[in-house]
Design a protein around this ligand. Sequence first.
Ligand SMILES: Nc1ncnc2c1ncn2[C@@H]1O[C@H](COP(=O)(O)OP(=O)(O)OP(=O)(O)O)[C@@H](O)[C@H]1O
Length: 308
Amino acid sequence: MSIIECKNLTKFYGKHRGIENLNLNVKKGEIFGFLGPNGAGKTTTIRTILGFLHKTSGEGSVFGLDISNESMQIRKKIAYLPGELGLYVEMTGRQNLKYLLSLYDVDVEWDKVEQLAKRLNFNMDKKVKELSKGNKQKIGNIMVLAPDVDLYVLDEPTSGLDPLMQMEFYKILRERQEETGATVFLSSHLLPEVEKVADRVGIIRDGTLVEVSTIAELKKLSLKRIEIFTDEPDVIVNQIPEDLIENLMIKESHLDFVCSTTNLPNIFQILSNAKYSDLNITSPALEDIFMRYYSIKQDLEEEKKEEE
Ligand SMILES: Nc1ncnc2c1ncn2[C@@H]1O[C@H](COP(=O)(O)OP(=O)(O)OP(=O)(O)O)[C@@H](O)[C@H]1O
């Protein structure tokens, strides 16, 4: 059964495109990661399906309820964390949460709020104006996780959280989903973050959903960017077989390339005898992953054609 369904959903801000012909299907009980770079249309999609924005054309439903005419009923059944949550800065976290939770139609046990604050290591007695970005984000996280609802809609829920807290947030989310069978729609621009928790991932780019994929499929694309600072970049490059790396760039005292995570052990083996002063390993930007995704897909399609 579909919990969220969109057919050719389109939202223009005047002449400016937000999303165009977006097709989406989120199934009951799944954690769906909605992944896309900045400006791709994630927030527009969320705000349109929840009725905060009026669609320009197309159709959408949540729990089978129409997003244009029945958005009030939809919002009563969900917990939504907006990308930017308005908070009262002169009030404490506790006071803000008491107020925010009173807006839900469902009752929330305060004990649950205390437990969440403890797990997220959040001090509820500080005024919001004294809090860091990450700690402000925790108020939103607690607000959205406190009620038991059938659908959680989360717009970039972990921005500003440190990696430990991100992990804890997703752990709580996964536990909730397993206990109650709730559905989760989660937007992010970070693949490494979404792949830890989502069952399926939809990729949005330039206002349109370009791909829906399982995490297992996406994992095949798991890439690392490696930067090596050395006086002998050519010596190192000559030792690495060409087919292990991509996007190689060599400069005077530095080289950098991208390789698949599965090839990392081979690369480390080679580097164990190399002379370098520093090494950085990072996840490449989403755009690089898209490029690789499309080139792999193209290769596979061409191979298929050749076989036919
Ligand atoms: N109020 C607005 N008026 C005009 N254009 C807008 C408005 N809000 C968003 N847009 C445009 O719509 C497109 C999609 O923006 P949206 O905020 O939905 O993207 P996003 O994927 O959520 O990005 P981010 O991760 O940066 O929040 C962008 O081109 C953006 O400039």
